[in-house]
Ligand binder design. Structure first.
Ligand SMILES: Cc1cc2nc3c(=O)[nH]c(=O)nc-3n(C[C@H](O)[C@H](O)[C@H](O)COP(=O)(O)O)c2cc1C
Length: 162
């Protein structure tokens, strides 16, 4: 089963997921592994990874998805906020809606991803409110992700979705 892994990753979180996908499926059949590129479209089966930007996938991923008609697409991604499956489901639904007509959706999976320290410093500079505390708590919770358990669960989902 030939496949391609296409991922967009600014700070490395989604790249780690992409590597886990390739490790689960085996390198031998992987015809493309890297950022969005027309080369990936040589194979029907695509694993597309994104980072979350304003509640949906990053712009590079969105542009790539628009060319996936006729392909089978598994979506995976990371988001700075987490702690609730409902949040991830909502993002995945939004990204899925960007698949063009004729693309076959093969499933999806998301987890939290650590954010740069500058984000915490920005929160720290805010006035003390319950919202600020929640944002700091979320930031600290994200620091360990993606972790080994995230990667294992992603691999399990990918293999089930074959
Ligand atoms: C400009 C920008 C916008 C972001 N918007 C969101 C967002 O709307 N929701 C969210 O949960 N995380 C958001 N994040 C956090 C990233 O999605 C998160 O850190 C992700 O794991 C980064 O993935 P990467 O390491 O593969 O680049 C944003 C990050 C940046 C830099």
């Amino acid at each position: 089963m030939r496949y391609a892994v296409v991922y967009s990753s600014k700070t490395g979180n989604t790249k780690r997921l992409a590597e886990a996908v390739r490790a689960a499926l085996g390198e031998a059949e992987c015809v493309y592994f890297g950022p969005p590129d027309p080369k990936a479209l040589e194979t029907r089966r695509l694993y597309v990874g994104f980072w979350t930007d304003k509640g949906t996938c990053d712009a590079d991923t969105a542009a790539f998805l628009s060319h996936t008609a006729g392909h089978r697409v598994f979506l995976f991604g990371t988001a700075g906020f987490g702690g609730s499956d409902a949040y991830f489901t909502k993002i995945l639904d939004t990204v899925r809606a960007q698949l063009p007509e004729g693309a076959e959706e093969a499933g999806g999976w998301m987890c939290q991803g650590r954010m740069p320290h500058a984000v915490r410093q920005r929160y720290e500079a805010m006035e003390e409110t319950p919202r600020r505390s929640a944002m700091l708590e979320n930031f600290d919770q994200a620091l360990s992700h993606p972790d080994a358990e995230d990667l294992r669960r992603l691999q399990e989902t990918v293999l089930t979705a074959l």
